[in-house]
Design a protein around this ligand. Structure first.
Ligand SMILES: [Zn+2]
Length: 379
């Protein structure tokens, strides 16, 4: 979203943009603050905020209408609308990057090797489909020059604020940059957002994100290129081990049952049939019919093991197990998988590679696969 023009014919346009930039910047700031408050406020408070915003905008607009010297003040910003005038005062020179999900932020932190400070908004056990930004989150984004999220409707509740912020700050929805032909289309123009479940596809996303960091912080280019090379090898090794492990299992035995439909790319990549109680998002009510259809399938196909997810309440999976028990069929929980959130920061499972290895180990052990490459739990 950076705006740069080198043509002389654009000088008048640039001057105009600069002249109105404080108004746009303040308008966007006020909109952002209001949007944040609206999540938490009563109807009366919302009305008061709207009236206050209109009043402030009228005052600011009239004040700047008479300020013909503003665009000669020497403010420099390459952000659309010159919002950097309003926001650069918040930004210290610490190369901050804010990421919504840790699956994106943690690899970026590893690749940028300390040249940037990467802050993940969503911690372990947090469901990105349902997460709403806090005021502290918005402040973190204000302080960063670069904000990244996945997009593809993953961060449903965060999206309105991210959209507002993208008008005056570098906000990149990196999943949206992947060509549609590589995505799983679950209904017309609705794509599965759980791209990290396919390591090579996720490597593409991480590579795109890394290039965005280089654009924002060119002084980190050398470090990032070296870090990306190293990370690329690790991801290829991970994928190769996963392929080997699943190749040894007969196709009819590879049925993965989880709480919600987060493993579509994983299933496609490794030839696994995936079934879930809920669809690709957890923001919908689960129908009793869907649960009973799943119970019937598990009983008919003699599926003995299902998995719960760290970021999804296990209540509905327990209902499935109970439903099967009512038909005289016993189903066990094979373990907890990391689907939409990684493990705790600082733990092995708090890294993308560690999370993937944990999932592989949990699935393969529950399926009674012996001597697989993920058998040993790393210290
Ligand atoms: Zn999900």
């Amino acid at each position: 979203m950076k705006y740069k023009s080198n043509t002389s014919s654009s000088l008048v346009k640039r001057a105009s943009i600069r002249a109105i930039s404080p108004i746009i910047a303040l308008s966007m700031s006020i909109t952002l603050v209001i949007n944040t408050f609206l999540y938490y406020s009563s109807r009366q408070v919302k009305v008061v905020f709207h009236l206050l915003a209109v009043l402030i905008l009228l005052i600011v607009s009239s004040a700047y209408a008479g300020d013909g010297d503003y665009h000669d003040l020497g403010h420099q910003s390459d952000l659309v609308g010159g919002a950097g005038v309003a926001y650069n005062s918040y930004v210290s020179d610490n190369k901050k990057v804010v990421s919504s999900i840790a699956q994106l932020g943690e690899p970026l932190a590893a690749i940028t090797g300390g040249c940037t400070q990467v802050k993940n908004l969503l911690g372990s056990g947090t469901d990105p489909h349902l997460y709403r930004l806090s005021r502290a989150d918005v402040l973190q984004m204000h302080k960063a020059n670069l904000v990244m999220n996945l997009g593809l409707h993953l961060e449903l509740q965060m999206q309105p604020i991210l959209d507002d912020m993208s008008l005056f700050k570098d906000v990149h929805s990196v999943g949206d940059m992947i060509p549609a032909k590589r995505l799983l289309e679950v209904s017309p123009l609705v794509f599965d957002p759980h791209l990290w479940m396919d390591p090579l596809l996720w490597l593409n996303v991480i590579t795109i994100a890394s290039h965005q960091v280089v654009k924002s912080y060119p002084e980190c280019k050398k470090t990032i290129i070296a870090g990306l090379k190293d990370y690329t090898k690790k991801i290829h090794d991970l994928d190769s081990d996963a392929q080997k492990a699943f190749q040894a299992i007969p196709a009819e035995s590879k049925v993965l049952v989880t709480s919600h439909d987060a493993f579509g790319y994983f299933g496609k990549k490794y030839g696994i049939k995936v079934l879930a109680i809920q669809g690709i998002s957890t923001d919908r009510q689960i129908s009793i019919r869907r649960i009973s259809r799943l119970v019937d399938f598990l009983v008919e196909n003699k599926i003995e093991v299902v998995f719960v997810e760290s970021s999804v309440n296990p209540r509905d999976m327990n209902a499935v197990i109970e439903g099967a028990a009512n038909q005289g069929y016993k189903i066990d929980i094979g373990g907890t998988l990391y689907s939409d959130a990684m493990g705790a920061s600082g733990a092995k499972e708090g890294t993308y590679i560690g999370m993937f290895k944990h999932n592989m180990r949990t699935i393969l052990n529950a399926w009674n696969v012996e001597d697989h490459p993920f058998a040993a739990k790393e210290a």
